[in-house]
Design a protein around this ligand. Sequence first.
Ligand code: NAD
Length: 338
Amino acid sequence: MVGSLQTERSVALVAGAGGFIGGWLTKRLLETGHHVRCADIKPLAAWWQRHPQAENLALDLRDPAACRHAVAGCSHVYNLAADMGGMGYIETHKANCMLSVLINTNLLLASREAAVARYFFASSACVYAADKQVDTAVTPLREADAYPAMPEDGYGWEKLFSERMCRHFREDFGLPTVCARYHNVYGPYSSWNDGREKAPAAICRKVIMAKNAGERHIEIWGDGRQTRSFMYIDDCIKGTLDLVERNIAVPVNLGSAELVTIDQLTGMVEAIAGITLQRRYNTSAPQGVRGRNSDNTLLRSLLDWEPAIPLRTGLEKTYRWIEGQISAAAASPAGTAS
Ligand code: NAD
């Protein structure tokens, strides 16, 4: 364990603060004047962003005592801690993904004990039933499409179970729980080369590496025609904070409705790079559902807002950040900076 605890009531706990979304959420909370306590299982040196104004704790939040320690004195708890990654990770680490249930369970129990004012759980579009996502021309997923339940094996089952537990902590114990179903979030300061990266970061990396090496081709997972929407991190943070502020009782989609094929996503990255590459499709690689998009009707009705940052705009920032990471790695003696 590293760091020290404050005990004022106004502290927000960000669980998983060493990760992508947690790092950005911490930044926004600090900018808006909150006291923030950060916790993550990773050693501090491995956090994507470390904010010195926050209390930064290295804790394994599967442990009930660690959760009580982290939550003590907090008014708001944001649970973004999970063992997760892109399709390449969650399809091959199902048990690890499901063990994240310990994090949410023990954080809920600690939050109930501490009578926190708000508890947020980061759920996922992976809760949606597989049979609603078999076509590239997908009908955007409405919240009701999670049932009858047949979510993504492993990771999706954990998310659905945990959001259900949040619901019952609200109903039975009066704990104000809020759940957002994130659809593919992307941006700087996220996995791009460690096996947990998602499609936008992976494609940026492949295009940059091909460009730097003077290669003329890249590998695409799947046939390139599978469809997705991708939400830029700024929209994710805004939507999360607004849902928490309004104490929304039911799980809500939080995603972009800008549907693209993986081929179109690749084309945007190529345009940013100023090159065109020959695509080699690997149809035996993990590729997830055939099509997925976010129906934001409920979100719009609640917040009078929905994610709107264009994919091309967010990709440009993500591309430049990964380009910087690759240059830094090339310049470091071991060639491993990230
Ligand atoms: P991330 O992997 O970058 O961050 C998760 C963090 O949780 C990591 O830093 C990890 O070290 C930490 N963690 C894992 N096990 C822990 C433990 N036992 N104790 C303490 N910390 C632990 O992932 P992210 O993209 O920032 O996602 C944040 C949350 O949002 C996760 O719950 C994820 O499932 C959810 N989500 C993300 C996306 C997305 O596209 N990024 C989509 C849907 C849902």
